[in-house]
Design a protein around this ligand. Structure first.
Ligand code: AMP
Ligand code: ZN
Length: 465
């Protein structure tokens, strides 16, 4: 079985040759845990889950290690904590936010049929590794301390006469052009406009750790160093595949390569760089201001996770994807048919047409066409095995059917109407009425939660108990 993968660095599809076939290693940048994940965030989760499953199929379950981190040091987390738990000390509030959001994320991606990665490291548990890499970079002349910050110098990297990669190679940017195009208001502690932060001082009350580089005050890591540290700890100085969304190529991944290669004096961090394209909703960029921002959790109210999964895989992972209601309905119809036909049938072996499509740079649209082929050829056992390889058929046909009936018993518009009535009752301080509506919703199996939206306005969300 020859797997071919498109590599962002070399800009070509290459045969995948692992460094060690007994220990195939993949790192994917995970979520920053401060809020519900949106459906765009689900794309790398699903795409790299399919790759994880394929690698396990080829090399054996025990021989693939998949690391997806959790970023739990971030300004957005701090802001959220201060807003949602104003009465608590900030560090405690931050723990609450990251714990709660981490749990929500797990529940969501479990529902999408994604296997848990082999390791899910948290940034806050790898501060020691980050300090160690920073010390190495300073020693090597690639980084320097200034005004309680530590900065990485891409210019020092490119000036080094060595076997290091060139800064800018991954994102195909020229450092000279970056210098020329730099903004004028560069932070005073930077020697050069292109220098980026490895470590910075914490503001009072913010999480802080002892600093590297002899800096006396405590501080916290920059974002990029987190992934270099976690990848190093769990996968070593060099590994096979590094993945994430296309938006991460620059600066995040470019900077990860710079840090890791300079710290460990090597030509490569990962041998294959894979990036999923972006998801937009009904032909528009998803954004809160356009009102088309949709979380995984909201979609799961109306659709089984496997429908979302199939819908995501209908587009090749490198292409942009347009997320539409029409396509979701079609995905649901397809899965209903496949469940009826194959879910209760003992699997044989995944169809070669399906596997071959996946081996060609995860060509999932082609794989789905091959699934339709098995269905048309009435190969229920082959379809059953193929769907399982792709992470489908976690339920029996009866469970799937039962869930559909349950889902159709719920009228989302009616629930939204009751919630609006309750909000109005609360606004006029009629708590008897608002409690009555809450009970009415509870009787329908609907649990409501009062919280705040990104702008601090109160919002009520709901889910099925
Ligand atoms: P974030 O929490 O924003 O760092 O994103 C987590 C992951 O989701 C990263 O791999 C992002 O590249 C990816 N991602 C974010 N938004 C989208 C989107 N609209 N479409 C596809 N991937 C996305
Ligand atoms: Zn990362």
């Amino acid at each position: 079985m020859e797997l071919r993968l498109y590599d962002t660095l070399s800009r070509e599809k290459r045969t995948f040759v692992p460094l060690d076939a007994k220990n195939v290693r993949m790192y994917v940048c995970g979520p920053t845990v401060y809020d519900f994940a949106h459906i765009g965030n689900a794309r790398p989760v699903i795409v790299f889950d399919v790759l994880f499953r394929l690698l396990r199929h080829i090399y054996g379950e025990a021989h693939v290690k998949y690391v997806r981190n959790i970023t739990d040091v971030d300004d957005k987390i701090n802001d959220r904590a201060a807003r949602d738990f104003p009465g608590l000390p900030l560090n405690e509030a931050i723990r609450k936010v990251t714990e709660q959001t981490g749990k929500q994320f797990h529940a969501d991606v479990d529902a999408l049929g994604a296997l848990r990665p082999s390791v899910e490291p948290r940034a806050t548990e790898h501060i020691g590794e980050m300090r160690e890499i920073i010390e190495r970079l300073i020693k090597g002349g690639f980084a320097y301390a200034a005004e309680d910050h530590v900065l990485f110098s891409p210019q020092a990297m490119n000036a080094a006469n060595s076997t290091l990669p060139r800064y800018g190679a991954l994102s195909k940017r020229s450092l000279d052009e970056m210098i020329a195009g730099a903004r004028v208001d560069v932070a005073p502690y930077k020697k050069d406009s292109t220098d980026f932060v490895l470590w910075k001082p914490s503001k009072p009350g913010e999480p802080s750790w002892p600093s590297p580089a002899g800096i006396k005050t405590e501080g916290r890591p920059g974002w990029h160093i987190e992934c270099s540290a976690m990848a190093w700890k769990h996968l070593g100085e060099q590994f096979d595949i590094h993945g994430g969304g296309i938006d991460l190529v620059f600066p995040h991944h470019e900077n990860e390569v710079a840090q890791t290669c300079c710290a460990f004096h090597q030509q490569r961090m990962a041998n294959y760089w894979m990036h999923n394209g972006f998801l937009q909703v009904e032909s528009e960029k998803m954004s809160k201001s356009l009102g088309n921002f949709v979380t995984i959790r909201e979609l799961l109210v109306d659709w089984p996770g496997e429908v979302l999964r199939l819908n995501m895989l209908k587009t090749h992972y490198t292409s942009p994807i347009d997320w539409t209601m029409k396509s979701l309905e079609e995905s649901a119809r397809t899965l209903n048919d496949w469940y009826r036909f194959a879910a209760d049938v003992a699997p044989s072996k995944p169809g070669t047409s399906v596997v071959d499509a996946l081996l060609d740079d995860l060509n999932t649209p082609q794989a789905i066409a091959a699934l339709h082929g098995l269905r048309n050829a009435s190969d229920a056992a082959g379809l059953s095995a193929s769907l399982r390889l792709l992470g489908f058929l976690s339920e029996s046909a009866a469970q799937w059917q039962g869930r559909k009936q349950q889902a159709s018993g719920i009228d989302a518009a009616e629930i939204e109407r009751l919630i609006a009535e309750r909000t109005a009752a609360r606004a006029r301080k009629d708590f008897r009425e608002s409690d009555r509506i809450r009970d009415e919703l509870a009787a329908k199996g609907v649990v409501i939660k009062d919280g705040k939206d990104a702008d601090g306005k109160p919002v009520t969300t709901w889910e099925l108990a």
